[in-house]
Design a protein around this ligand. Structure first.
Ligand code: GLC
Ligand code: GLC
Length: 649
């Protein structure tokens, strides 16, 4: 870090050379106070990244200018929210939090219609909504919107910028936190910056990574992971027009930004603050692991990627402190953890738990889940996991091979088994999934499919077998129960609340056919929604029982700001954890990952320090005088029975 006196000097110099926009005295004080507080850190981070640039100070000045402008444009009601959130900095740890991720078009048609769906969200208890990318992007294939051509324009098929603002206001009034994607690793090749770069404008040529020499490209390819190997080998795309190679980690039309250029940092900071000023409270940091590149490394999770994110976070702290970062690092668990920090990403997807819940369902064994979460679940108490079961992407079998090998599991073979299990190549599997990005060289593969189809509902419905149906429904609820109770924000993926099955219509679309992730991106039609309205349909049962669990979560503080301990059950099919709130309340959760009944000594309840206990989910008393038996795929949420209170559940 720069010395205090140097950074003070730098701040004075910057302030004397920029003209702040007109602000009220009170606002100017807020801005300058925050700048004072965060500038030393910010300038230190930027120094680490850009000190070798001759024009370092010029970029610093223009950044501060940008921050001041964004602050002046921030609406008064958002500034009030900033202050409120600063007073309650762990608001996202509340038991009330419940998230949903959805595509505007697939879920509601457009932004205006989405606004009309507010009662639906409210009936479910949802108060955090991640809208999948809704920005202008190339026609045809745009990687589901993750190729952004203009961060400030809404895709016209979804509505206008005004519609988005109206929706943000409506969400805010309804107490729903809006989460938007911050796709900052790359832009589309149709972004103005990319077009200028391609046309030879030197200023913008530096916005991306171009190479004249194929040899250099090959060198990088030796160490970088291939993300979409069935679409294109390696991480680069040849551009005929300029006879150059451009860095494209994902699709050829997604050009990676060059963050070693401070002008890119400033330009993206402006776009980020624009998104913050729409009124979102969360920004999902898409593909954040890839933002910094260095020769002869994997170009993922590099130290400077963290420095960059911390620097962006400081910009938010100064202009829009109500906004949190959500990390989308789908990488090794030790690397996932490194993004999680109050000063970096306050929220993070929990890909390890996601993958291992599926692993336990397949194997009926919980040892890998237990050992892995024992090692990796614990994060800073001022941060929170975003727990999910399915999302719009594939399932990658991310777990720590060392943890697995200590349990006698060979990571490579085990992933192969899981891929086979979930793609219908394993006899007796209940799952119906589709392979994604099979890599012919490494044998690597990932899996796609909806929660319901992967959990066995599709096969069960086709077969009409009532026991299969029962098991499938229980598997869906089992996974949801963990996501809802283990600690963090549970994030439901659109349609999973009503047991939506795989959708194969993407195969008829030339722009989607090659990307099997679309199998889990169905339009949520009225017909599908209506299915769940029948009390006896499988979808109806899933929906009703899920809502009951949600209601319990939202009414018990022990699901909120409480610590979590993963427990050893010494029973191969059982998974258990306890929660403890600072008010002393405790909870013990036990889940059975097998379809057969399982028992465990009641001494596991000792940690509740209670003479009498009951199950929150059913309201039933649990006897401490005998072993506790859980039915197939059953879940218990055990709490102390307070003497004198009656279980109303
Ligand atoms: C993220 C998105 C994924 C997209 C990729 C590139 O992983 O979730 O859908 O393909 O980033 O933006
Ligand atoms: C993400 C992940 C990768 C995933 C991909 C697209 O960035 O790192 O595992 O498969 O994007 O889905």
């Amino acid at each position: 870090m720069l010395s205090h006196s140097l950074s003070e000097k730098a701040l004075k110099q910057v302030l004397s050379s920029v003209t702040l926009p007109t602000l009220t005295n009170k606002e100017e004080k807020v801005f300058l106070d925050r700048l004072d507080r965060h500038f030393p850190e910010l300038v230190s981070k930027l120094h680490l990244l850009y000190s070798d640039h001759y024009d370092f100070f010029f970029h610093l000045q223009s950044l501060i200018n940008g921050l001041a402008t964004a602050f002046s444009l921030r609406k008064p009601e958002l500034k009030i929210r900033d202050e409120q959130r600063l007073l309650d900095p762990t608001w996202y740890r509340s038991e009330k939090m419940l998230g949903m991720a959805l595509y505007v078009d697939l879920f509601a048609g457009d932004l205006k219609n989405l606004k009309l769906r507010l009662p639906y969200f409210q009936s479910l208890g949802v108060n955090y909504i991640h809208l999948m990318p809704l920005y202008q992007s190339p026609k045809g294939d745009s990687d589901g919107g993750y190729a952004v051509s203009d961060y400030r324009k809404v895709d016209s098929t979804l509505g206008s910028e005004k519609d988005l603002e109206d929706l943000a206001d409506a969400f805010s009034e309804a107490g729903i936190s809006l989460v938007l994607d911050f796709v900052f690793n790359h832009t589309s090749n149709e972004h103005e910056w990319a077009k200028k770069a391609l046309a030879g404008d030197p200023e913008f040529a530096d916005f991306y990574h171009f190479f004249n020499d194929k040899k250099e490209v090959d060198e990088y390819n030796q160490t970088c992971r291939e993300i979409f190997p069935t679409v294109r080998r390696g991480s680069f795309t040849y551009l005929e027009q300029s006879n150059k190679w451009v860095w494209t980690t994902f699709n050829s039309f997604q050009w990676d930004l060059n963050y070693s250029n401070p002008a890119v940092f400033n330009a993206i900071a402006d776009e980020m603050l624009f998104l913050a000023n729409i009124g979102c409270e969360g920004l999902r940091l898409d593909a954040l692991a890839f933002i910094w590149k260095e020769k002869w490394t994997q170009c993922e999770n590099l130290t400077k990627a963290h420095t960059l994110i911390q620097a962006f976070n400081l910009c938010l702290q100064i202009v829009a402190p109500a906004v949190q970062f959500k990390s989308e690092a789908i990488v090794h668990p030790d690397e996932v953890a490194k993004y999680i920090d109050k000063n970096e990403c306050q929220l993070s997807y929990n890909p390890l738990m996601m993958a291992l819940m599926w692993e336990s369902l397949a194997t009926r064994e919980t040892k890998l889940l237990t050992a892995s979460l024992k090692k990796s679940f614990d994060i800073a108490p001022d941060c929170a996991w975003v727990n999910y079961i399915r999302c719009h992407d594939d399932i990658g079998w991310t777990f720590d091979d060392d943890v697995a090998s200590q349990l006698g599991i060979n990571g490579f073979d085990h992933r192969r088994f899981l891929n086979q299990f979930y793609t219908g190549r394993f006899d007796g599997s209940f799952a119906k999934g589709v392979p994604f990005q099979e890599n012919p060289t490494t044998g690597d593969c990932r899996v796609c499919g909806s929660l319901a189809s992967l959990a066995g509902l599709e096969k069960a419905i086709i077969s009409g077998d009532t026991q299969m149906l029962d098991h499938a429904i229980k598997r869906i609820l089992l996974l949801n129960s963990i996501s809802l109770s283990i600690g963090g924000i549970p994030l439901i993926y659109q349609g999973d609340e009503i047991g939506v099955l795989n959708d194969h219509t993407y195969l008829d679309d030339e722009f989607k056919r090659d990307d099997s992730r679309w199998v889990n991106r169905p339009a949520i039609t009225e017909e599908i929604v209506n299915l769940a309205k029948h009390a006896t349909s499988p979808q109806g049962i899933v929906n009703r029982q899920l809502k009951q669990m949600i209601a319990i979560r939202q009414s018990e503080s022990v699901f909120g700001e409480a610590s979590t301990q993963i427990l050893e059950t010494y029973r191969s099919h059982l998974f258990a954890y306890s929660r403890e709130h600072k008010n002393g309340e405790k909870l013990l959760a036990i889940c059975n990952f097998s379809e057969h009944p399982q028992s465990i000594p009641s001494s596991i309840c000792d940690l509740l320090q209670a003479n009498q206990v009951f199950d929150l989910l059913t309201g039933n008393d649990i006897s401490l005088n005998q072993e506790i038996t859980l039915g197939g795929y059953a879940v218990l949420w055990i709490k102390k029975l307070e003497i004198g209170t009656v279980n109303e559940k």
